[in-house]
Design a protein around this ligand. Structure first.
Ligand SMILES: [Zn+2]
Length: 458
């Protein structure tokens, strides 16, 4: 049972723990008390002493025994900020310690009840009493803060246990993609997932092109358009959706949901405080991106829309899309680079390979498996209701300028789908038609970007 003086002595142990942290050691501290007097103190110091046994308790026990001139510590109480390990508990039993009082439990190595309880085993022990939980919050916070700071030191984006990260080497020397990476992991919806984005051009430019890619692409898809926007003196922001490009890849398919990805994008736009935005979308960039402006209409002044759709769940999915979804399900290991090569004979081998770069093995491909079935198919599918609200927004409330470009060779989201989308966008003029372009319209993007630079007012 805790005694009135326990907190006061535990505070002395916490002082020792803080001193350990200041020295770069795991912050654990201990004091030994006899008849109300401190007769030994210790702090964790295995690094400083090259000594695996240099735990706070061992040091405090040694100091107390020296002081008493006796290896038996009869009538003594040891206070320690963390539940003792098996080694230290053993030492306390050898010392015939009367009582041990600890702070935070240690679920990994605690030997006073968390993992094992050496003090409760009558074969080992007849004399040492145990009390835990004294100022446990303070001891625990010291440890958590220490480990958090150590994880963050030199690594502002630690990798989550449930995430994979494509090595930087996979992206070395990609043709036509010279831009520096930018990373964010502290948006509330990200919860530590590392999101990559490009951010080029002056931050205070009169126009910002927010370029959103789809499945299975990444910001590489915009490499032919970005230089045209930059040459006009504008800013370009192009994120990689989580699961794609240089962003972290969830290990589990079911991490991916429409609502989560949309929320990440909403928070991303707010964090970068993007204004005078021309939203550039294609494929999933549109399924998600077209639902963004209604949440912050004042930030958007234009829409450049290429082969995409709204997943309202009340219109049947196109036969072309159903065929694509079926292909992804039956050949989950399909070659992403080959997919681009097939639709874009003008691309070099190295450019096609750049689309495989984010996915070195099947473990990295959760997004490729998750996205096709994620297109809202029924009225109550995740994302369908918000997509219907977006449809109303584009029809009735959209105040900005619009431009549509259609890759006519696209069997999935081609001209028929785009014509009906155009009917939903208030004031959208007759589309630009690209007879040579397929689904990935941006691979023919220079002329579209040039038309857009001229079309949208500054
Ligand atoms: Zn120990």
């Amino acid at each position: 049972m805790p005694l009135p003086d326990d907190s006061a002595f535990m505070r002395l142990a916490l002082d020792e723990a803080r001193a350990a942290a200041a020295a770069g050691e795991v912050p654990v501290g201990a004091v030994v008390v006899k008849d109300g007097v401190v007769i030994g103190t210790g702090r964790n110091a295995p690094i400083a002493h090259d000594d695996p046994t240099a735990h706070a308790e061992m040091t405090a026990l040694r100091a107390a025994a020296q002081r008493l001139g006796n290896y038996r510590l009869d009538g003594c109480t040891l206070y320690v900020t963390l539940e003792p390990c098996a080694m230290c508990s053993g030492a306390m039993l050898h010392a015939r310690l009367a009582r041990v009082v600890y702070g935070a439990p240690d679920p990994k190595t605690g030997a006073a009840g968390s993992v094992v309880n050496l003090f409760a085993d009558a074969r080992l022990n007849h004399q040492t009493a145990v009390d835990g939980g004294v100022l446990a919050d303070e001891g625990g916070t010291l440890l958590r803060t220490f480990f958090h700071e150590r994880r963050m030191n030199g690594n502002p984006h630690p990798l989550r246990d449930d995430a994979l990260r494509t090595p930087d080497s996979a992206f070395a020397g990609l043709p036509g993609y010279p831009w520096a990476p930018h990373y964010l992991s502290d948006l509330p919806a990200l919860a530590g997932w590392r999101l990559h984005h490009l951010d080029e051009g002056p931050p205070d430019a009169p126009r910002t092109w927010l370029c959103l890619h789809g499945n299975p692409a990444w910001s590489y898809l915009y490499r032919r358009m970005i230089p045209v926007f930059l040459a006009a003196g504008d800013r370009v922001v192009a994120p990689d959706l989580i699961g794609f490009g240089k962003s972290d890849k969830p290990k589990k398919d079911n991490q991916h949901t429409f609502t989560w990805h949309r929320q990440v994008l909403l928070e991303f736009v707010e964090r970068l405080d993007l204004r005078n935005v021309v939203l550039v979308v294609q494929d999933w960039g549109g399924l998600l991106g077209l639902t963004l402006p209604m949440a912050a209409p004042g930030r958007y002044r234009g829409l450049l829309v290429m082969n995409t759709t709204l997943g309202t769940g009340d219109v049947p999915l196109s036969p072309g899309f159903l065929a694509w979804r079926e292909m992804c399900a039956s050949k989950p290991e399909f070659d992403v680079g080959r997919l681009f090569a097939r639709g874009n004979p003008q691309m070099s081998e190295a450019e096609c390979a750049a689309y495989n770069a984010p996915f070195p093995d099947r473990g990295h491909r959760a997004a490729l498996r998750a996205f096709p079935p994620m297109v809202p198919e029924h009225p109550d599918s995740d994302g369908a209701a918000v997509s219907r609200q977006a449809r109303d927004f584009w029809r009735e409330r959209w105040q900005g300028e619009s431009l549509m470009a259609i890759g006519q060779q696209d069997p999935v989201l081609g001209e028929p789908v785009m014509r009906s989308l155009r009917d939903q966008i208030r004031g959208c003029p007759e589309p630009l038609l690209l007879p040579q372009a397929g689904h990935f319209v941006q691979e023919h993007g220079e002329s579209i970007a040039q038309a857009a630079v001229n079309h949208f007012s500054r």
